[in-house]
Design a protein around this ligand. Sequence first.
Ligand SMILES: [Fe+2]
Ligand SMILES: [Fe+2]
Length: 255
Amino acid sequence: MITEETTVQDIVSVNPELAFIFERFNLYPACIEKNLKEVSSKYDIEPGFLIKILKSFEGTIHVQDEFRDVPIQAIMDFLSRTHDYYLGKKLPEIEQSFYHLYLQYKDTHPLLILLSNFFIAYKKELTKHIQREEEILFPYIQFLIKARCEGFKSNELIEVMKSYSISTFIAEHNDMENDLAEVRKVIVDYSPAYSITPFPYRIFLIQLQLFENDLRKHAQIEDEVLVPKALHLENELLSEAQGRQSLLDNLIIYS
Ligand SMILES: [Fe+2]
Ligand SMILES: [Fe+2]
């Protein structure tokens, strides 16, 4: 069981995939010997939030219930940090592995060029997917948070919601992890039998599998935590704005 006293090392030795969480916060491997309480105070992360994130990636909690009381801003910050981690670290690492594979086996495995095209296309799509969230969804949610905290003009809020809303995001949001599973399947089908699969190939496939698992959790937090919270906030603000508008309309009629 993960508590504030558990060290980063203990967590990663039980579940090596959780190193990805610490890497996002630049805590791994630098803080491997520290416990969660120590890393939290040193890096200004709420320890309870870090534990919830670790447990959600472990799959030992129901994310919607566990994050019910966590502010939407904290969820968005974590997802944004994850986007930076994917674009700045994970994708370049995977690309690097593929490049080594390509250099070593391009003559004996001519289909590697085809796989490289698959991977490049996937990377482009994932980058676009992340950019849409960073440049459209997150600023929109930021706008909702600001409206809630600082107040808003009903007509302006309704105008913004006419051009974009959480339902627009839901309609457009696709599963990048399933696309990666497809890419991985193509690569596995193409690979020689496991017993004779060259080592760099296996490393590359493991990297893809781990990244796919991480993406799946990321998407789950987006779909099951961020979106319901944003929808709730949006509905609350919209009904408030509409209530004010109809009050105003009635005042005009009766004046
Ligand atoms: Fe995302
Ligand atoms: Fe997404």
